[in-house]
Design a protein around this ligand. Structure first.
Ligand code: GAL
Length: 419
């Protein structure tokens, strides 16, 4: 009875054009970590589009910003021979999973839709393993942003900083005016997100690339790295005492709710401002993190498909992969998520001023050499190297046991051992 009803309503919807039923309907279990307000709205777009094709979306959300918990869960499911049909994995992790033989090739979908001609090379390279597509990119997030509350800046009588020197001057005045200068969550990935912004601002793109992509020992042990650690540590004085363990979106809410003046975070934070009905340029300001105007740390989200047996489920996976790069999804999803479409050549009129800046800077920095992969978000290095950088950075930031010189030395040694 219920089943009949469900079938009838699906058929009715299909006939009325709401649903286009695929030849074979199936289910995709989708592992992701998009659980904040803006993120959940974004994930819902994909679910809806998949269901419109007649497939089922089995939601497998694992909370935890940056996805560390989600990756732990994914590993245990894969090891027990029961991975989900699709998982939000990205960067060099894609190569590792493909190398282990877990991922399904997406070449048929990619060729039909022409992914090669619509994706920037810096993105499609990462999605391919031995020349074959094994993942589909969703978006481009810029990580090196500073989010600011204009009202607090006005009250403190300072302007939004564009250098680290200006940042500290402004932060002192904001503190004196009774506000928290920097909203932050004390979690290793958030510490690393701020650290890489400081590194880009203090050292520039070439220094950043040598340190976090090439792992060059001379750069890792350089006086510039000591300065990066010193500058990074100074931020501690401007973060409130309750930061430990705080989720990133709670920190964003502090800027939204006039408690804190700034947050250094990728533009998934914009998804929170948008979900709260705030408008850039009016309710909040987005600028490049201090000193990083000529740089762009990119973070591309993507999904990979794991081998499944059922033909309907295979079709559902292929349809999911195809939908992700179609204009409708690219636009609606990225408007909610705070990122920009990964597919080039789409209309930009619905996007806000922060997204326009990001789109322009992505193109400009790709030409100038300022476009660098985010270390904190798994774009620049293996998860092993990323893990040791996280450890050194977070230990240094959250205790006083190491000097900047000692942290520099420890970082260089740890990276060398983990390569
Ligand atoms: C990033 C991810 C974003 C966002 C953020 C917070 O690593 O790429 O999509 O979700 O973490 O969880």
């Amino acid at each position: 009875m219920t089943l009949n009803f469900a079938k009838k309503s699906l058929l009715g919807a299909a006939l009325s054009g709401l649903v286009s039923l695929s030849a074979q309907a199936g289910t995709v279990e989708v592992l992701h970590y998009w659980t904040s307000g803006g993120e959940a709205k974004s994930a819902a777009v994909l679910k809806q589009l998949l269901e419109q094709e007649g497939h089922q979306w089995k939601d497998f959300a694992v909370a935890g910003g940056g996805g560390e918990s989600a990756m732990t869960v994914l590993k245990s499911r894969a090891v027990s021979g029961n991975p989900p049909g699709a998982a939000q994995i990205k960067g060099l992790d894609i190569q590792e999973w493909a190398d282990l033989g877990f991922l399904t090739e997406l070449d048929a979908v990619a060729e039909k839709a022409g992914w090669d001609s619509m994706l920037p090379g810096v993105v499609s390279d990462v999605m391919k393993y031995e020349g074959h597509y094994v993942a589909v990119p969703v978006n481009v997030h810029r990580v090196n942003w500073l989010w600011a509350n204009p009202e607090i800046f006005t009250k403190a009588g300072v302007s939004v900083p564009s250098t680290w020197d200006e940042f500290f001057v402004a932060a002192d005045k904001i503190k004196a005016a009774g506000y928290i200068p920097l909203a932050h969550g004390g979690q290793a990935w958030q510490d690393a997100t701020v650290f890489e912004a400081v590194a880009l601002g203090v050292g520039g793109a070439e220094f950043y690339r040598k340190a976090f992509v090439e792992h060059d020992q001379t750069t890792l042990t350089s006086p510039t790295m000591v300065k990066v650690f010193e500058t990074f540590k100074r931020l501690r004085a401007y973060i409130d005492k309750d930061a430990a363990g705080r989720d990133w979106n709670i920190a964003t809410a502090m800027v939204i709710n006039d408690k804190a003046a700034m947050q250094i975070m990728g533009d998934w934070a914009k998804g929170e401002f948008a979900a709260a009905g705030q408008v850039p340029g009016k309710d909040y300001i987005c600028v490049a993190a201090p000193g990083t105007q000529k740089g762009f740390t990119f973070n591309v989200d993507s999904f990979a498909m794991f081998e499944v047996k059922d033909d309907g489920d295979k079709q559902a996976q292929a349809d999911l992969a195809r939908l992700i790069l179609e204009p409708e999804f690219q636009e609606t999803f990225n408007l909610n998520k705070g990122s920009i479409p990964v597919r080039t050549g789409l209309p930009r009129d619905k996007f806000d001023s922060c997204a326009h800046t990001s789109m322009d800077d992505f193109v400009a920095t790709a030409k100038s050499g300022g476009l660098v992969p985010s270390m904190a978000h798994g774009m620049s290095t293996t998860s092993a190297v990323q893990g040791v950088i996280y450890d050194v950075v977070t230990n240094y930031f959250n205790s006083d046991s190491l000097s900047a010189e000692q942290a520099t030395e420890r970082l260089a040694k740890a990276v060398k051992a983990a390569i």
